[in-house]
Write a protein that binds this ligand. Sequence first.
Ligand code: SF4
Length: 378
Amino acid sequence: MKPIDRILQKSLSGGRIDVEECITLFESDQIEKIGDTANQIMKKWHPDPITTFVIGRNINYTNICDVYCRFCAFYRAPGSAEGYVLPDETIFQKIQETLDVNGTEILMQGGTNPNLPFSYYTDLLREIKKRFNITMHSFSPAEIMKMKDVSDGLSLEEVVRQLHEAGLDSLPGGGAEILDDRTRRKISKLKGSWRDWMDVMQTAHKLGMHTTGTMVIGFGESMEERALHMLRIRDAQDDVLLQKLNTPGFLAFIPWTFQPDNTNMKAEKVTPEEYLKTLAISRIMLDNVPNFQSSWVTMGPEIGKLTLSYGCNDFGSTMIEENVVSAAGTTHKVNVSSTLQIIREAGKIPAQRNTKYEILRVFDDENVKVDRDFVMQN
Ligand code: SF4
């Protein structure tokens, strides 16, 4: 049996693949075979032919950032005339608009703004929760580390605890990029080590919150670094399960691709084939993470459709704002109607879920239309 067949067979029969085997898969050109294995593993987790999506909104509350990642076209340095912090009323209005279209999730994400005190975040979360019944799936680990910096000596655990008590429900995995320090130093020297990113996530797990993991490929990282990234997420998820923490830990994994346009980094665009292969390998490697999200924002709806046969069971968010990615020149606007259509064209049944991946509504009739579609595109 060829090595790749042996590895795929092993993972199909419930065995774990190691870093060496993961690299062997990356070196293979048998994309369809790898995709088929990922698809079979996905079906073990999710036997029904359902593809979920969440109706949510990104709110980029500030673009001021002192981390200066080389790949980022979104940030403005402190003091820049183009820097902004959204007024609270604007944030409230965006949340109300999200609820008006049956949205359930707000993903607040911004730069690491050194001018905002820690109380800005806790006060804002409290005000949001007082006014709205909405899930706050917000703030990446880099923002949390900045909050710790400006918090006058609070520990990381105390920072996350206070955010959680104020209304932060779960953490998105933004800023993971590649969880290995060689590449991190190259692309965002000031962002902290992979261990910093993981410390924030593991602190959230310890406090009973769930998180998601992401990975961005296309920075010139080695295949070993991609494999180590996945291994580190898998190990942390093992900890959640072994310690029987009161959380599902990493509920989802979302690989996506670096978009080099309008940034200070020269890099080859990742091909759709490379993206699909990486997605499938991550489904195989991360055998303890239940959900895999398609990255239609960067890859477009047609590749998004294909991801549903390469290990994904989720079509992500019908986001109505995605300033960070769109600043780098790639935005694919997908509203609820076209989300339903694309999922159906891929032979699946669409269902709206919440942030915990609980199904809220199954669209099992072709004639089911959404009550009110997203038309807002800022
Ligand atoms: S990616 Fe995030 S942390 Fe890095 S410069 Fe952009 S806004 Fe700042």
